[in-house]
Ligand binder design. Structure first.
Ligand code: NAD
Length: 446
């Protein structure tokens, strides 16, 4: 599906759909190819209908926009952004918006497909989408980021909407970014329809239509899943030690909730460096989150010692939580790991070679599509509250999240046992079966 809008000189332009295999050689590794291979493996394992495999092998729609932004000094800069809508058979496209210098169509395509799998796995009525702008927001002022966000939303126009495609925060975007999205989207609607703009994104500030518990939701889900894994191993969270890569929205919340439950945080790495707890008591995750808020990274945190990046992966702990970017758990880093479980807070942190080494070394994995699904589940709650004019309390949000994740965990565990699969393949298999069921019932128009 290609979409165009009447373009004037400074208006956004949209390209025709980009072929799913069109990633350039500079976009290594080709993430979408990896997702397709993961889907194929799971499809084989459960004998999925070939038509469903065919449909999911390419995104339904890809939007690329180039749009102008006025800088603080009056100059105009052009920015490139994407929104990929992978599949919406289960419900509106759903997925975050990322600001990062390495954003590419291939990456956004993979992230969108992972959302399709994730929403189907946890059985919420959403499909998969993802967006991104190729920019390092640290090089822009706050006002420039705001203007860029607003122009990106304007460029996307009617390609997003409460019943159609519902973005959320991702890397380098947050609740404030989402508030700008709502405000800009509302301004594009006739006044009588602006009331429905609230549900165009999730992850908004609570004071501006967000849900209680959304900010911590992904980290909360990661901890809930680790707790379920621990229960299967007859241990408690308070007995566990962990290391975390990435101390942003996902990593910091996971670490803080783990601290509340008595687990020890032994080492953290982010874009500014790596630190290690000096003693067995671990790092204070709350104080570290404050430090990161003030300084932008974990480097320089008093009460920790700086360690070389190479040392971080070798720190002995029970659980490693990658919560930064893709391709961090590689063949090389996995050989250094000294843990029992990798709980994937990030999307796509493990490469296929990393996966093979994890299997070979007997290290358990809670795969991303299960482990970080807490965010999209509470996004679903936020969307429901917006559409129903309701406000749930924290206990209600936490309990409903826990129930959904427990059911998803049980389904994956059941699939692991039924088909003798690894957890990642089993998670995909559960999701694909769910999607297959809907296609079987609805058929394909015409
Ligand atoms: P964020 O921008 O809040 O934090 C990103 C963190 O990663 C920062 O601490 C940053 O310093 C670190 N980082 C960046 N590059 C790094 C590098 N090369 N090495 C080490 N650390 C690096 O982003 P976030 O929202 O916490 O997202 C983190 C991951 O979790 C992403 O993969 C994202 O797609 C995934 N995720 C996020 C959500 C959500 O609700 N925010 C939901 C599901 C999955």
């Amino acid at each position: 599906m290609s979409r165009t809008n009447g373009t004037a000189t400074l208006e956004p332009t949209r390209t025709a759909p980009i072929a799913p295999t069109a990633a350039s050689s500079t976009e290594e590794p080709r993430l979408f190819q990896r997702v397709r291979e993961q889907m194929d493996r799971a499809a084989e394992a459960v004998g999925l209908a070939p038509e469903v495999r065919k449909i999911l092998a390419a995104p339904a729609c890809e939007i690329a926009v180039n749009f102008p932004v006025r800088m603080d000094d009056g100059r105009i800069e052009m920015f490139s952004g994407y929104r990929v809508q992978h599949n919406n058979v289960l419900g509106p496209f759903k997925g975050g918006i990322r600001y990062h210098q390495d954003v590419s169509i291939d990456e956004v395509r993979a992230l969108a497909a992972w959302m399709t799998i994730k929403c189907a796995l946890v059985d919420i009525p959403f499909g998969g989408g993802k967006g991104g702008v190729q920019v390092d927001p640290a090089t822009l002022s706050r006002r420039e980021v705001e203007r860029m966000t607003r122009r990106f939303v304007y460029a996307l126009g009617a390609n997003i909407g409460p019943g159609y495609d519902v973005p959320a925060p991702d890397v380098n975007t947050d609740s404030r970014t989402m508030a700008w999205v709502v405000d800009t989207y509302a301004a594009t609607l006739p006044p009588q329809e602006r009331y429905r703009a609230l549900a165009v994104v999730t992850g908004k500030p609570v004071s501006a239509g967000g849900s209680v518990g959304r900010e911590k939701a992904t980290g909360q889900g990661v901890v809930d899943l680790i707790e379920m894994w621990a229960a299967d191993k007859n241990c408690k969270l308070r007995d566990l030690t962990c290391t975390v890569q990435g101390f942003g929205k996902v990593g910091a919340w996971a670490a803080r909730i783990l601290k509340d439950k008595g687990a020890k945080l032994l080492a953290v790495q982010d874009v500014t460096g790596a630190i290690r707890a000096p003693g067995a008591d671990g790092l204070d995750a709350d104080a570290l989150a404050e430090h990161v808020k003030k300084t932008g990274g974990v480097a320089g945190f008093t009460g920790a010692k700086a360690i070389p990046l190479g040392e971080f992966f070798g720190v002995q702990a029970d659980v490693f939580i990658p919560a930064a970017l893709e391709n961090q758990v590689t063949g090389r880093t996995t050989r250094q790991l000294n843990v029992r479980l990798v709980a994937e807070g990030a999307n796509g942190p493990t490469t296929p070679e990393g996966d093979a080494v994890l299997r070979e070394r007997g290290i358990d994995v809670l795969p991303d599509v299960l482990c970080n699904a807490g965010g999209v589940v509470v996004s679903y709650f936020e969307w429901l509250q917006n559409r129903g004019g309701a406000a749930w309390n924290a206990a209600e949000v936490d309990q409903r999240l826990r129930d959904i994740l427990e059911r998803a965990y049980a389904r994956v565990k059941g699939m692991v046992a039924e088909k003798s699969l690894d957890w990642r393949t089993a998670a995909y298999a559960v999701a694909l079966r769910r999607i297959e069921q809907v296609y079987a019932e609805r058929g394909i128009f015409p």
